[in-house]
Ligand binder design. Structure first.
Ligand code: AHG
Ligand code: MN
Ligand code: MN
Length: 328
């Protein structure tokens, strides 16, 4: 028979194997923490897949702290992450989109050296319709004295030790940075493992694609409208899923720019700095892209509130510069 009829991945490795191998070079406990987040991600992926079957679609009937309607899967994902992280002895603080207050699990003197911030399930409007949604997470060091542990959630994005997301899409992908490049893993459902598929991911420098909710165009600041006029005249294409995690994933892989500008109803934009904008910005920058508020680097914003919002412009370096060049 001519040629080999079977394929074997020669460089097969998994997230857990790689974390184990590099644990000693990382802050103590960080490998275990990332592994725990990945485990929660697998568990949420399972719930998302079976949501229709188990009838956990739709609204819970209450709103969260942002005044947004909680979906059943928002609550389930939040609980899964909280319970998984609570067992990890290095976690000091948990902050979640679905929790009004920061939860303090333990102080630094009791071993709580990390703060974990997350959007348990991003893309609420797409949960029930089989479109890509995901979990976004950010890990910060806790350097606070015991009296002030909760404050460790309020650090600029430049302090992040690790950041990433798990996309529940046509594949379950985990995209991770530990501050030195971006790696992508895909969940092999047979192995139950996140298998490495791309190491040191670099995003394209340019791509004529913009991703934003253009229905709000009349309420965007003038600078964004001027940018859009320029894009329309310059052969750009539009792509918008409405789940940040899926839109950013596409932007990371294919290039382009993702935006959530200020609007009339959300003068600071809609997206949350600590558990949406910051982790995505670190990933994008680590892959060679840029992430801007329109007036500065997202990662340098000094947070004052756990649920604070920020305008977001992130993606290919040239495309973000193009948007910025239209800013006042
Ligand atoms: P979440 O579901 O976590 O509240 O986030 C939804 C966000 C984000 O995923 C997306 O980019 C944006 O909302 C979409 O907002 P619009 O519907 O206003 O475009
Ligand atoms: Mn979100
Ligand atoms: Mn969410």
């Amino acid at each position: 028979m001519a040629g080999q009829q079977y394929e074997i991945r020669e460089n097969l490795t998994s997230l857990d194997l790689r974390l184990r191998a590099s644990a000693a070079a990382m802050p103590e406990g960080l490998a275990e923490l990332i592994s725990a987040i990945a485990l929660a991600g697998k568990s949420i992926a399972q719930k998302v897949r079976r949501a229709r079957i188990e009838d956990v679609v739709g609204e819970v009937g209450v709103t969260n702290v942002q005044g947004e309607v909680q979906q059943k899967l928002d609550v389930i994902s939040n609980e899964l992450l909280k319970h998984t992280l609570a067992r990890i002895p290095s976690v000091a603080v948990i902050a979640s989109e679905e929790e009004e207050e920061v939860l303090v699990l333990r102080n630094r003197s009791d071993g709580g050296v990390f703060s974990v911030l997350f959007d348990p399930l991003d893309g609420s409007s797409n949960i029930d319709v089989g479109v890509g949604i995901g979990t976004i997470f950010s890990v910060l060091p806790n350097r606070e004295e015991s009296t002030d542990t909760a404050a460790s959630a309020l650090q600029p994005g430049t302090s992040q030790l690790a950041a990433g997301y798990v996309l529940y899409g046509s594949q379950v992908a985990l995209v991770l940075t530990i501050g030195d490049g971006v790696d992508m893993y895909v969940l092999d459902p047979c192995l139950g493992e996140f298998v490495l598929v791309a190491e040191g991911l670099r995003m394209p420098d340019r791509k004529k694609v913009y991703s934003l909710n253009e229905a709000y165009v009349d309420t965007f600041p003038e600078s964004y409208r001027r940018y859009l006029t320029h894009a329309h005249k310059s052969g750009y294409s539009g792509r918008y899923i409405g789940s940040m995690v899926a839109d950013v994933h596409r932007t990371l892989i294919k290039g382009g720019v993702f935006l959530y500008p200020p609007t009339e109803s959300n003068p600071d934009g809609k997206l949350r700095l600590l558990y949406e904008a910051n982790p995505m910005s670190l990933l994008i920058e680590q892959a060679g892209g840029r992430a801007s508020t329109g007036s500065g680097r997202i990662l340098q914003v000094r947070p004052t509130r756990v649920h604070q919002r920020t305008p977001v412009i992130l993606g290919s370096a040239v495309e973000v510069e193009q948007v910025e060049s239209h800013q006042p």
